[in-house]
Design a binder for this molecule. Structure first.
Ligand code: TXA
Ligand code: MG
Length: 333
């Protein structure tokens, strides 16, 4: 017989109204874990200054502690208390905050973020989210909140409170339900190093960032991002965002026992006989596709489906982030 689960928490789910937000801030303040909506995906928040809370967060997600977390703050002034902003960081913050952009910058002198959350690096990842619920929670709490996506490590990121509950019930104190998210893929991460570096494509298209900077972003090879010695973005594991079913990219036909993740108006050979079909955007709009991506992967990943065929998706705009997530979902595990 297995041991009783002594660490199981009673997970409350509350609507993200004033009462829910006040309660969430109180839970954070006493070192608890709160899942909350942001415009990109739902995050699992803990007090960034509380190492014990952060240890519980890594445990709840089953996430390796060498993978650092993003510190979420209410505004640029709070961001400057955490990190040192060079000209690049200043420009990007002015152009894209609040919004789906994360900046990796050197830590400020008395950076309040616990070492456990930065995995011992001397940099810190910072984001000012745009979602009104996230902003209200950060304002009510008053400090920085570290928040990875609110899913079990390696699993598909959550875009609804229901997705969060499916992964984390019994592992977190509170889930704030603010309805489906706006963007649907995680923030773009830019390293403000000597040469600004794209560490993860995401909710702000890289073209928009390059237009503001007037220069191309450095794009490290996947192997460089994962290199064990000097991890640039230690979370960039090859296999990630993975459904249980296999994911087959660039599909030009679909087998009768496969599910199809379609894109655009064209019908694929075999689609009529596929086990299931969901179209990310019949109109071929990458922003609409991003909103649907993680939810559709979850929906198609039902028992009996061993393979999800995915149609090609153009790489511009949010397509770059979508293709990045799909490549990881398809990577050998
Ligand atoms: O949209 C998002 O960014 C969501 C929402 C909740 O804000 N959060 C999110 O967090 O995607 P997470 O933990 O799933 O991804 C954070 C990524 C990881 O790949 C991590 O390695 C990287 O940020 N990261 C964090 N701190 C870093 C640092 N100092 N240097 C380089 N990469 C860092
Ligand atoms: Mg994640």
């Amino acid at each position: 017989m297995s041991e009783p689960e002594t660490t199981a928490l009673k997970t409350e789910i509350l609507p993200a109204d004033a009462t829910g937000i006040a309660r969430a801030a109180a839970v954070l303040a006493r070192g608890g874990l709160v899942a909350f909506p942001t415009e990109t995906v739902y995050g699992l928040g803990a007090d960034a200054a509380n190492a014990t809370a952060i240890a519980h967060l890594y445990q709840a997600k089953g996430r390796p502690a060498f993978n650092p977390l993003i510190a979420h703050v209410a505004d640029s002034a709070a961001a400057r208390r955490i990190g040192r902003f060079d000209a690049t960081a200043e420009r990007l913050a002015a152009a894209f905050w609040p919004g789906p952009l994360t900046l990796v910058v050197p830590q400020a002198e008395r950076c309040p973020v616990a070492d456990l959350a930065t995995a011992g690096l001397d940099t810190v990842a910072i984001r000012v989210p745009a979602d009104p619920i996230a902003r209200a929670l950060l304002a009510a709490f008053g400090g920085a909140v570290v928040a990875p996506s609110a899913n079990i490590s390696g699993h598909v990121s959550p875009t609804t409170a229901g997705h969060v509950a499916a992964d984390l019930t019994g592992r977190v104190d509170l889930i704030l339900d603010g309805g489906p998210v706006e963007v649907g893929v995680e923030s773009t991460i830019v390293g403000c190093f000597d040469a600004p570096t794209l560490l993860r494509p995401g909710g702000v298209p890289s073209e928009a960032i390059e237009a503001v900077l007037g220069r191309a972003l450095v794009r490290p090879a996947a192997a460089e991002l994962r290199a064990a010695e000097q991890p640039l973005a230690p979370g960039m594991l090859a296999s990630h965002y993975a459904p249980r079913a296999a994911v087959r990219l660039g599909a030009t036909e679909v087998a009768p026992d496969e599910a199809l993740l379609a894109f655009g108006p064209a019908a694929l050979p075999g689609a009529a006989r596929a086990a299931a079909v969901l179209n990310l955007s019949a109109a071929g709009d990458p922003a609409e596709a991003a909103t649907n991506l993680f939810g559709y992967l979850r929906s198609l990943d039902t028992s009996g489906i061993h393979s999800i065929a995915v149609m090609p998706i153009p790489n511009d705009g949010l397509g770059e982030a979508i293709n990045d997530r799909l490549r990881r979902a398809a990577a050998p595990r």
